[in-house]
Design a binder for this molecule. Sequence first.
Ligand code: FAD
Length: 366
Amino acid sequence: MSKYDYLIVGSGLFGSVFAHEMNKKGKKCLVIDKNSHIGGNVYTENIEGINVHKYGAHIFHTDNKEIWEYVNQFAEFNRYTNSPVANYKGEIYNMPFNMNTFNKLWGVFTPKEAKAKIEEELKSTNIDEPKNLEEQGIKLVGKTIYEKLVKGYTEKQWGKRATELPAFIIKRLPVRFIYDNNYFNDRYQGIPIGGYTKIIEKMLEGIEVKLNCDFFENRKELEGMADKIVFTGEIDKYYNYSLGELEYRSLRFETEVLDEENYQGNAVVNYTDYETPYTRIIEHKHFEFGTQPKTVITREYPDKWTKEKIPYYPINDEKNNKLYEEYKKLAEKENKVIFGGRLGQYKYYDMDDVIMSALECVNNQK
Ligand SMILES: Cc1cc2nc3c(=O)[nH]c(=O)nc-3n(C[C@H](O)[C@H](O)[C@H](O)COP(=O)(O)OP(=O)(O)OC[C@H]3O[C@@H](n4cnc5c(N)ncnc54)[C@H](O)[C@@H]3O)c2cc1C
């Protein structure tokens, strides 16, 4: 007889939602995490009374009413609306591209004038079949927006020049002809008051959690402890890279406490030129309308991934997707192990998607 019904590897959103639901059904769960804290990527740490998003800015947004109601049982959400600002060599523009942006770029006031300006730029581009990301960007939004707001940021994100990147990376660049700086189109959005860690704590209430516990360091023993395993780490590592290594993009964060009240006047400022080495600066207090005397900022640097670093983003190109499909075939043959979340399924998930996926996984359990 195993000691637990489920061993859940990873206390990120996928593992925590799964554990919460199974615990409610009376199943005995053990959650382990190699980190010294719960929450995975959504972990927030309180510094100077400010909830700091330790693994990058996390804004909850969804169009799914059920998921919105689901997360609201764990926390109250504020009315934060994501309206990032772009800083291009000291020029400030609103994002996403909307009438405020066009007014600042070209001095136009009406949607008709803005459309005419973009049309004029598109006409002079002469690109039929874009051969790379640069041509694709220019074809989608014209040279001015592309060069000031897309090019440098994208090149830093991928660590490659836009002319060396494939066109398919940017399929669409949404352009809005209204004065609206709200980044997301979803019906629901906000930040949990008190931070995301509180949500995870609530989900894991009454469940046994072991931190600083790496599955691979105690594999044999852990595997014998439960009837089923939910694995939310890297799927290729689970199979000891037997079919090859999947690739990721990593990030590096530099966090600073500043002895001033308000550093940049907005939660998110994107640096869209190529020369500034970071892609954005997050000022965490603005996610929760903080009035603390100090402030905490984080510079976010895209980083080449190696096995010692955190794999933030799967690189879902043709080569990696093909390799993942091979791992998935192995996973489908397992009757004791379920792979979930962004690393287990090698897929970029927003928070609402990963919650939905965990709930579906719960429903599929007998
Ligand atoms: C920079 C960034 C910004 C984002 N911003 C947003 C946003 O604004 N809005 C949004 O909706 N989504 C956002 N996301 C996506 C969001 O972070 C994910 O949807 C979510 O965190 C995925 O949860 P998960 O449980 O799949 O993975 P994770 O949070 O990565 O959890 C996996 C857990 O498994 C643990 N683990 C792995 N291997 C082992 C092992 N061998 N042994 C023990 N434990 C292990 C890890 O330590 C980790 O805690 C962002 C992602 C990134 C990278």
